[in-house]
Design a protein around this ligand. Structure first.
Ligand code: UDP
Length: 327
């Protein structure tokens, strides 16, 4: 049983590979290394450098390796960039996934788990967010992920393919070993940016708006540890291996923290003062995003292990203070 991890050199992909290998799986990684890091590639995985938009590359890979399931992370994921360069997102996320599906159909690969996002919902109609809630993305990134889900739905009806889409809330933290972690260029995610302050790389953290209708006026998000996300992919893969139908699941802790609370917790973890400045709101930011993950818990048997924000930030800090410039 070999698993192909597309984007396995990226943040969530590399953490999933580590969990797969710990679980005794045979793993093949394909990554174009545009945003992934060769240092994040697990030494026990077989690595192929290539792009999912390259049908020949995928066909050759499927012919060479006996792939049983695919876990697909190979996508662009910056909300801001998706608004200034939307076609990059249609190309990489949607066109790339279309080529992948063509190659999977051709080569008889019938199971895939892939990254989706809370950004598929847009402004939520109620909290916590359920998988059945309306999906009206407010940015191109979320729109391309929602379109990917729909492409999978229609392709799976026509061909012998089953899928699981995992809608992540705010992925954060790093592997417990401190060997791999988050390393984006540019960095846009809150916890990594906050930790740049105690690391001496940033004087203060900008807080994007303090006039939201929340307890302290700053946005509330549901922070979920990357290793818990990784475990959900393994459970989703097993769910498909057991013959279950295609499905969509939210993945979050079900608890919300304000931006100010995250800054305070990071100050506690690092033992340092973290100055902040209130700035303008960031366009397209909903006030509150909190997941209901009851469906993943009930159907997949998923149980997040990192339920404390402090523990989550500790893992991020362990990684970041030893790798201030990433890989
Ligand atoms: N945020 C912030 N300052 C920053 C980066 C992010 O105040 O420098 C806020 C952002 O407005 C959001 C939350 O932190 O409310 C999480 O943002 P992030 O970009 O990490 O994830 P997103 O929720 O956009 O997926």
């Amino acid at each position: 049983m070999t698993v192909l991890v597309l984007g396995g050199a990226g943040y969530i992909g590399s953490h999933t590979v580590y969990e797969l290998i710990d679980a005794g799986q045979d793993v093949v990684i394909a990554d174009n290394l545009l945003t992934g890091h060769v240092e994040a590639v697990h030494p026990k995985a077989r690595f192929y450098k290539g792009d999912i938009r390259d049908e020949k590359f995928l066909d050759e890979l499927f012919q060479k390796e006996k792939i049983d399931s695919v876990i697909h992370f190979a996508a662009s994921s910056l909300v801001g960039e998706s608004m200034t360069d939307p076609l990059k997102y249609y190309d990489n996320n949607l066109y790339g996934t279309m080529i992948l599906l063509k190659s999977m159909v051709k080569n008889g690969i019938d199971k895939i788990v892939f990254s989706s996002t809370a950004a598929t919902y847009g402004e939520p109609e109620s909290i916590p967010i359920l998988e059945t809630d309306k999906t009206e993305p407010t940015n191109t990134y979320g729109e391309t992920k929602l379109s990917m889900e729909k492409m999978f739905k229609w392709v799976s009806k026509a061909h012998n393919i089953r899928f699981v889409a995992l809608r992540y809330f705010n992925a954060c933290g790093a592997h417990i070993s401190g060997k791999i972690g988050e390393s984006h260029n540019p960095e846009t995610h809150l916890i990594s940016l906050i930790l740049q302050v105690p690391n001496g790389q940033r004087e203060f953290i900008s807080i994007f708006g303090d006039d939201y209708e929340t307890k302290d006026g700053t946005c509330i998000r549901d922070y979920i540890h990357v290793t818990d996300l990784a475990q959900a992919h393994i459970l989703a893969m097993k769910y498909l291996e057991n013959g279950n139908e295609s499905n969509i699941f939210n993945l979050g802790n079900g608890v919300g923290f304000t931006v100010k609370e995250v800054v305070e917790t990071a100050a506690k973890v690092t033992g340092q003062v973290i100055p902040s400045k209130i700035c303008e709101r960031r366009a397209g930011d909903p006030a509150v995003l909190i997941a209901s993950s009851e469906k993943a818990k009930t159907i997949l048997g998923w149980k997040p292990q990192y339920t404390s924000l402090e523990e989550i930030i500790k893992t991020a800090w362990k990684w970041q203070k030893n790798h201030p410039n990433g890989y």
